[in-house]
Design a protein around this ligand. Structure first.
Ligand SMILES: Nc1ncnc2c1ncn2[C@@H]1O[C@H](COP(=O)(O)OP(=O)(O)OP(=O)(O)O)[C@@H](O)[C@H]1O
Ligand SMILES: [Mg+2]
Length: 264
């Protein structure tokens, strides 16, 4: 299954969520590949590499190289790192006839080797983000739990998906279902209210997106885990972070046998 973590807004938690969900799934025994599709390669250095492949996403896409582009990390998941500091891949995707669909085609070839492929994207609109969305079986977007942010999300991220819809009219491609995850929810706020507010702010567009019941609270654990370069679920000092992430995985049906209600 290919999961693309996307949002046209920057700084909402995409990379943190990608790295930690990958780390959790790997620790539960799944074969996981992370793919860094952001020019600012934060995911690429999130964990320590135990094997550094010769190349990264550029070679994977342009040369269809699926063997020399897979690095491994000490969190138990593999990584295709970002090797495009000047952002040239965006232009390449834009100007290549099959640019937006090649990623899906290539990753489909990797599917037999992985249970999950998680793609982290740049917080903006762009052809490479389009490619990552088209490749996905499931789209996951962290949403800041405020009305204004939810409206911005509707304009930006839902707008991006709407723009891609025509591709489904004349090909067999489908745009994957979008799950909105309320992210960095303040401890002082009532969870039910936050969910209701955001659903209301999304208005009629709420039909194209499922706002998840699980939420990720704002907590120091996430930053501390990033500093230590370890998955947040390994920090036994912060059991709530692990529980929240387990609830997300369970609600998305990523962990067989794990019921969403049991996880919380
Ligand atoms: N649950 C959380 N609670 C508090 N802080 C968090 C949480 N998750 C992430 N952060 C912090 O929020 C900041 C932004 O997170 P992150 O880099 O994952 O966002 P992003 O969407 O990938 O940003 P960009 O668009 O720049 O790639 C980071 O400093 C991170 O440590
Ligand atoms: Mg990021």
């Amino acid at each position: 299954m290919i999961i693309t973590i996307c949002s046209t807004k920057g700084g909402v938690g995409k990379t943190t969520l990608t790295a930690n969900l990958a780390g959790l799934l790997a620790s539960l025994g799944s074969r996981v590949l992370m793919l860094d599709a952001d020019v600012q390669p934060a995911l690429s250095s999130y964990y320590q590499l135990t094997h550094e492949a010769r190349a990264g996403l550029r070679s994977l896409l342009i040369e269809a190289d699926l063997t020399n582009t897979i690095s491994t990390t000490d969190a138990g998941c593999d990584l295709v790192y970002s090797d495009d500091p000047e952002g040239k891949l965006q232009d390449w995707v834009l100007h290549t006839p099959d640019g937006r669909t090649r990623l899906k085609y290539l990753l489909n070839q990797l599917k037999p080797h992985y249970d999950f492929i998680l793609i982290d994207t740049q917080g903006a609109v762009g052809p490479l983000q389009d490619a990552a969305v088209i490749a996905a079986d499931l789209l996951l977007s962290p949403i800041p739990p405020e009305t204004m942010s939810a409206r911005e999300f509707a304009r930006g991220t839902l707008g991006m998906l709407e723009r891609l819809q025509p591709i489904t009219y004349y090909t067999t491609l489908q745009i994957a279902p979008l799950h909105g995850l309320l992210y960095r929810v303040d401890r002082t706020r009532d969870a039910a209210n936050v969910g209701r507010e955001v659903r209301e702010a999304l208005g009629g567009e709420g039909t194209t997106i499922t706002i998840m019941d699980a939420m990720i609270p704002a907590a120091v654990a996430w930053r501390e885990a990033a500093t230590q370069r370890v998955p947040v679920h390994t920090l036994t000092k912060y059991p709530m972070a692990k529980l929240a992430l387990m609830a997300v995985a369970a609600e998305l049906g990523l962990v067989p046998g794990l019921d969403a209600k049991e996880a919380v």
